[in-house]
Design a protein around this ligand. Structure first.
Ligand code: GRF
Length: 233
């Protein structure tokens, strides 16, 4: 499957996809990287892997150019990986059911216009939520709104800051997004819903990046502050 990745910044999710799709036998191949920011780290990562890269207008609203780039590279699946602009309606329509986005929270909570980067984790901590996580969803005409394909939980720790939480969620994004893309490609079609089923299967354990806590239910159940235990009657 020919995959294009849209990214606005550092590109660590792009890197995870490039690494996951690097094997010649991979069912998915990153054939194009597009950014709305000249000099974005994502463009350097594409260059380092010899993947064609292009920039579009900073506001991301140049639908003709984006459609032309996607057609030129015969793109079958579009992935938004740290892409901060709303995709023009005509492009969404042309790739309906074949465009994915990764978001660093458990949508539908903590998503929408302006909810990106550190702000997301600040909002999660301010809400007192005990579990956050990552979401991969289909893209529609609204920010962070389309059908959810896959999610993975990340327990919130009592001592978390927006940065420590963001780092653990990002480590999960780097596992979840490639798993979804490879599942889509393995099924060879746009049946993303079917791929969603595939990704519900427990992710096979992979080496945890340093500093990432193992996911266990116990983590989620450890209260941030001791709960007043009911006196034994
Ligand atoms: C990620 O957390 C992604 O979910 C969010 O922006 C961050 C970008 O990370 N939209 P990177 O550019 O992929 O490193």
């Amino acid at each position: 499957m020919r995959v294009a990745v849209l990214a606005s910044g550092h590109g660590s999710n792009l890197q995870a996809l490039l690494d996951a799709c690097a094997a010649p036998a991979s069912a998915a191949h990153i054939v194009l990287v597009v950014s709305n920011r000249e000099g974005a780290g994502a463009l350097e990562r594409a260059g380092a892997r010899g993947v064609p890269a292009a920039t579009i207008a900073p506001d991301g609203q140049d639908a003709d150019r984006l459609l032309a780039l996607l057609a030129e590279h015969a793109v079958e699946l579009v992935v938004l990986a740290g892409y901060l602009k709303r995709v023009p309606d005509r492009v969404v329509a042309a790739y309906r059911g074949r465009m994915l986005n990764v978001h660093p929270a458990l949508l539908p909570a903590f998503g929408g216009p302006g909810m990106y980067g550190r702000r997301v984790h600040e909002a999660v901590l301010a809400s007192g939520a005990r579990v956050s996580g990552a979401t991969v969803h289909l893209v529609d005409e609204q920010y962070d709104h389309g059908p959810i394909v896959a999610q993975w939980p990340v327990p919130v720790r009592p001592d978390d800051t927006p940065d420590t939480l963001a780092a653990r969620v990002l480590a999960v994004e780097h596992r979840l997004l490639p798993a979804v893309v490879l599942a889509c490609a393995a099924r060879g079609g746009a049946a993303l819903a079917a791929a969603a089923d595939a990704t519900r299967a427990p992710l096979r354990p992979v080496a945890r990046p340093a500093g990432v806590a193992p996911h266990s239910l116990d983590d989620a159940l450890v209260p941030s502050s001791p709960l007043p235990l009911k006196e034994r009657s």
